[in-house]
Design a protein around this ligand. Sequence first.
Ligand SMILES: *Cc1c(COP(=O)(O)O)cnc(C)c1O
Length: 397
Amino acid sequence: MVSNAARIAGRHFLQIPGPTPVPDRILRAMDMPTIDHRGPEFQKLGRRVLDGMKSIFKCAGPVIIYPASGTGAWEAALVNVLNAGDKVLMFETGHFATLWKNMALKLGLQPEFIASDWRIGTDPAAIEARLRADKSHEIKAVCVVHNETSTGCITHVGEIRKAIDAAGHPALLMVDTISSLASIDYRHDEWGVDVTVSGSQKGLMLPPGLSFNALSEKALAAARASTMPKLFWSWEEMLPHNKNGFFPYTPGTNLLYGLAEAIDMLHEEGLENVFARHDRHAEATRRAVTAWGLEILCREPKYYSSSLTAVLMPEGQNADDFRRIALEKFDISLGTGLTKLAGRVFRIGHLGDTNDLTILGALAGVEMGLGLAGVPHKKGGVQAAMDYLAAQAKKAA
Ligand SMILES: *Cc1c(COP(=O)(O)O)cnc(C)c1O
């Protein structure tokens, strides 16, 4: 029982799909005096992170770093390459795809939103069919969310690329990787993405406050022709400064120290190992959910997310009541259901700085919380996850 204690011992379990727990090593790396952002010491840091992020996006072109949340990087992607009234094609994977669509509308673009039920990722066939029908190439960009954080469904970006190419359509491809970068395999160049959007507080294990645009040559060419008003978000303002490791305005200096450390940590582990670890924790979580007899929101295994799992509550049960009890009794934060899914799902984040035992601790918190909240379920979820993780550990030995 932790609710009325003045101090809660141990670490809080921040099992939401972002922000994620910040490793001590990153906290220590940021614990530095803030330096002159026009001086030589900053220049080294600037070059290190601007260059280092290319290895995370797997791109050869420039990466822009904003002192802003992910929402800012969404806006930057749209205003740098498009023009007022442009049509953009989007797919309703869930809450975040809907927010990006609403932003496009507010900015004076014409988003076309392919409706879906929030239980799958983007359907490449639907994208291809719509682009084939757009004979006069009015659609200027296809915007998709790689990992829909509200539902736990991924979009296979390579398949979206193939769909655009199969339709012979010149639209730009823009991808939100805010909750997938450094957690789920991502390849900006190989998949022919023009603008990749990301943020600091999820797979990158940093506090909130930085966001990113990774750019292609085609995106840079579109930017030269774009007339949408912008200054803070303008790549044109940013890039000449970035060439020398600097920024046109004050950057998030201390967060950049943390970012340099995060990039090092990801490479020390190896990106492929980072992805495999996320895949493993996602599978362990799904085995637990299945053993509890609960339903995973994502309805097709090919769309399962390795960053988070959204779990449907049994009929008549409120997910937020359960989440509140789990927080009060076991000091664990689980993700809430967003908009359409409010009260109907809870989300287990398994991304960022996690290991087998933190996942098992989180699943134990969920299993005990379900019991205390009186949610009908079967026991044995944690056991199923342990069996799976132990078998994987044995295989790896
Ligand atoms: C978190 C998230 C956002 C919003 O990012 P903020 O940093 O909160 O502005 C957008 N898209 C996805 C997929 C996200 O997970």
